[in-house]
Design a protein around this ligand. Structure first.
Ligand SMILES: NC(=O)c1ccc[n+]([C@@H]2O[C@H](COP(=O)([O-])OP(=O)(O)OC[C@H]3O[C@@H](n4cnc5c(N)ncnc54)[C@H](O)[C@@H]3O)[C@@H](O)[C@H]2O)c1
Length: 330
């Protein structure tokens, strides 16, 4: 099959490209490299089944051509990361909503199967865990920019489901919970790569807030397997489905684990949210997915643990820094 991955030079998208190429598909990636990296897909360049186009999903003429000639679309392009969202709220909303509108519009015109990733952020401040797909969503006021990401993704969900309702567009909406693993950059505020890198270099680990807030971290390889199964299953069309891992850990425990597994001498410093993200930042205390629906529809069950994740991320950092020292030595 011909498959288009928008944002395919990003973290999740590039692992998805690896997986789908492994299944024998022809992959086209469109990415503007705003948060993605060429190095994530460099190993695929030059192979017969891979093509990289560096451009934006807001280029409608190009997107029409690409979607018309493809079979399935994974729309992974998005503005992501809390830091980016706090610093560039306009770009966040435009990229998310306008990008998804373009993709859904052409998928609808040419009747193409499409997966739209949403996020656990849409559950907002809800404190009733685990979060189920039909729960009420509880976001904050519009002058708190953090919620722009959640609300733009919520609007994407509404639009996708509206296309399903009106014309039966074969669309699947997936709410991703924290997804981590090799290739994720800590540059935009992602917690696992930040902590692991600090632990490996014995630098201070900065925990935002008091560290009692908890998250559930899913290994990217479990996630991409789930994504491909969801889009391959016609029973998932018109559905919203959580995907992630339901093993909960506090951010302080995560920092301790990174220190332990890296045999590090790093110390932990607690940084108030206001200092990290500016005044009025709101965070959620817990975010645990119910994975019952994904289990029912595709037999989804994560197989990789947090230790696997930290070890894989640490192995990548070690490999990268060994490569860099070799280059310096040369
Ligand atoms: N990683 C997570 O924990 C997580 C959690 C929830 C949801 N998601 C969703 O999963 C998807 C992929 O996220 P990721 O973690 O791989 O982030 P990422 O930043 O690594 O990937 C996003 C990619 O989109 C590209 N991009 C951004 N704007 C673009 C544009 N206008 N045109 C073309 N490409 C553009 C970026 O360059 C990047 O390569 C996103 O939709 C994100 O909202 C991720």
């Amino acid at each position: 099959m011909k498959i288009l991955i928008t944002g395919g030079a990003g973290f999740v998208g590039s692992h998805l490209a690896d997986k789908l190429i492994g299944q024998g598909h022809d992959i086209t990636v469109i990415d503007d490299l705003s948060t993605g990296r060429y190095s994530n897909v460099e190993h695929l360049e030059g192979t017969k089944h891979f093509r990289l186009i560096i451009d934006t999903v807001l280029n409608e003429k190009l997107m029409e051509e690409l979607i018309r000639e493809t079979d399935h679309v994974y729309h992974m392009a998005s503005a992501v990361g809390v830091r980016l969202i706090m610093e560039h709220p306009v770009k966040t909303i435009e990229t998310i909503f306008r990008g998804t509108d373009v993709v859904l519009g052409f998928c609808s015109r040419y009747r193409k199967r499409v997966l739209i990733p949403s996020t656990s952020e849409v559950y907002g401040k809800s404190a009733t865990v685990p979060f189920k797909e039909d729960d009420d969503l509880l976001t904050g006021p519009t002058d708190k920019h953090r919620w722009a990401y959640a609300c733009a993704k919520t609007l994407d969900e509404f639009l996708a489901l509206a296309h399903w309702k009106e014309t039966r567009l074969p669309v699947v909406v997936v709410r991703l919970f924290n997804t981590v693993g090799p290739r994720q950059t800590g540059q935009y505020g992602m917690v696992v790569p930040r902590f692991v890198e600090a632990a490996l270099t014995n630098e201070t680990i900065e925990v935002h807030g008091d560290g009692t807030q908890s998250r559930c971290f899913g290994h990217v390889l479990d996630i991409v397997e789930g994504l491909t199964k969801l889009l391959d299953n016609t029973a998932c069309f018109g559905q919203v489905i959580n995907l992630g891992n339901d093993e909960e850990v506090t951010i302080k425990q995560l920092a301790d684990k990174a220190i332990l597994l890296a045999a590090s001498s790093s110390k932990i410093r607690f940084v108030p949210y206001d200092e990290a993200y500016g005044e009025g930042f709101e965070d959620m205390q817990r975010r645990v997915p119910s994975l019952a629906k994904a289990g029912r529809l595709i037999g989804y069950k994560p197989t990789r643990t947090l230790d696997d994740i930290i070890n894989d991320v640490a192995a990548e950092f070690r490999k990268d820094s060994a490569g860099q020292s070799k280059n310096v030595a040369n």
